[in-house]
Write a protein that binds this ligand. Structure first.
Ligand code: NDP
Length: 464
């Protein structure tokens, strides 16, 4: 289904090359802990080569090319992603641990959709409301996390390329393989060398990209902690910056909500992608009058979730992406118990090898508990209650984050009332975790700033 090479180089100037100092690291399958491949570890000299290549491609080729020509390449990448979708889905599930059902039905189709959507913009930038002839910025340095490896690469590359920028992208250390397959797709699409460069490595590689003087724009998705470091690193440099960081979203269920639909939304909100989702509905706020009933239904539904082999099409909950992340989820869950919340998981056999965590719900959670404040980034839901809409808003907004929220109610007027008051970049109504390339996504406060997707997302890659 997919051929994984024993060793991968860095994708620089249209070719795969080893790191200058020959260093490599291993990427493992989190479901089995088996090694999948060895990947080059880029140091500062490699980052410099990648940025120089991107700069040359920007000046000589990509920024001079008419938008209609750029569009042809981006459409080609989108079509190749569709053609090779099965290969990408299997690779993503192997390297990341997510269920094949999700990589097949969500990650890969959405990644292709991002390229299609932005290809459509490439020759229409003059009509996007940014002036008659908006100019690209130059080299975009892009650092992405491990939770949606290919999709985040698409979110970063597609708008940058459509706007006429060239890119140096670093995938996360634990999930480099789908970005490297995307590099192969760039070759297959005959993308001019240097327009897209993929450098694999760890945090230091990301820091070298951010600090490189020839990078004009930095786009980062990941933890708030690293986002703050990056903001400090680019302060005063004149580089443009967008940060898409963590979240602790409230999923708010009113007593008039359609109960079964809401329970599906709660499950999707927190157990999709093992809860490794920045906009996960990790705080369930449920109206007190229906709290007992909703939690009972939720537990019944959780008992039907199938945890196990990510490559089994029936699997709902796959592997946790890394031992480090598993340790973090365990530590935060232990703090929930220690602080007095009630912990429950359905009976669930965890495989012996690999990194696994059973779907978990905490009840009796108060706002001061760590599990109600910190981003767990795992399949762990904290349940809080409220009596009035005002109290729901106050509790939902009682977080340093501001990325997303969900509202479940029959009343349209209440949805609008809530959406105006919730301090979140995205508010879903009677649904959750819905994405579309045409819809801007992003947060504020400690969830970052800037938007990705839609016309708003293009702005981040243009002189406006
Ligand atoms: P990080 O923020 O460390 O990783 C995100 C990306 O940034 C990775 O490619 C990482 O490389 C890179 N990076 C790390 N340090 C630097 C640096 N100083 N300068 C530039 N780039 C850097 O997230 P973690 O993987 O460590 O996860 C920790 C926690 O962050 C999670 O538990 C979760 O709560 C949160 N998180 C949130 C995400 C979101 O989408 N909101 C996504 C991922 C994590 P490398 O992979 O090699 O470390």
């Amino acid at each position: 289904m997919v051929r994984i090479a024993p060793r991968y180089g860095l994708f620089i100037d249209g070719e795969f090359k080893p790191a200058a100092d020959g260093r490599v690291f291993t990427t493992v399958n989190p479901a089995s802990e088996e090694s999948l491949s060895e990947v080059a570890l880029a140091g500062p000299a490699d980052v410099d080569r990648a940025v120089s290549s991107a700069r040359t491609a920007f000046e000589r080729v990509w920024s001079r090319m008419p938008g209609s020509e750029r569009a042809k390449y981006i459409y080609r990448i989108a079509r190749l992603l569709q053609e090779r979708a099965r290969e990408f889905a299997v690779l993503e599930s192997l390297d990341n641990g997510k269920p094949i059902r999700e990589s097949r039905d969500v990650d890969i189709p959405l990644a292709a959709a991002h390229f299609f959507y932005h290809a459509g913009w490439a020759d229409k930038l003059s009509y996007a409301g940014f002036g008659a002839a908006p100019r690209p910025l130059g080299v975009a340095g892009q650092v992405i996390p491990w939770n949606f490896p290919l999709l985040m690469a698409a979110w970063k590359l597609a708008p940058a390329l459509a706007a006429g920028n060239t890119c140096v992208l670093k995938p996360a250390e634990t999930t480099p393989l789908s970005a490297l397959l995307l590099a192969e797709v760039c070759q297959q699409a005959d993308l001019p060398p240097g327009v897209v460069n993929i450098v694999t490595g760890a945090g230091e590689t990301g820091a070298a990209i951010v600090a490189h003087p020839s990078v004009a724009k930095v786009a980062f998705t990941g933890s708030t902690e690293v986002g703050k470091q990056i903001r400090e690193a680019v302060a005063g440099t004149g580089k443009k910056l967008t940060l898409e960081l963590g979240g602790k979203a409230a999923n708010i269920v009113f007593d008039d909500a359609a109960a079964d639909q809401a329970v599906e939304g709660i499950v999707n909100g927190i157990f999709f992608n093992q809860g490794h989702v920045c906009c996960a509905g990790s705080r369930l706020l449920v109206q007190e009058s229906v709290a007992g009933q909703v939690v009972e239904r939720l537990k019944r539904r959780m008992a039907t979730l199938r945890l196990g082999d990510p490559l089994d099409k029936n699997t709902d909950v796959g592997a946790i992406n890394s031992r480090q992340q598993l340790d973090r989820i365990r530590e935060l869950s232990a703090s929930g118990e220690a602080e007095g919340a009630g912990r429950w998981s359905p009976p669930c056999d965890l495989p012996e090898q690999g990194f696994w965590f059973a779907p978990t719900v905490f009840t009796g959670v108060s706002q001061s508990h760590r599990i109600a404040r910190d981003e767990i980034f795992g399949p762990v839901l904290s349940v809080l209650t409220f009596r009035t809409p005002e109290e729901a808003v106050t509790k939902a907004n009682n977080t340093p984050y501001g990325l997303s929220a969900g509202v479940w109610t029959e009343k349209g007027s209440r949805i609008l009332w809530m959406a105006q008051r919730l301090r979140a970049g995205v508010v879903w109504a009677n649904t959750y975790n819905r994405f579309d390339p045409a819809s801007p996504f992003g947060g504020y406060r400690e969830s970052g700033f800037g938007r990705e997707g839609g016309r708003h997302g293009l702005e981040a890659y243009l002189h406006v």
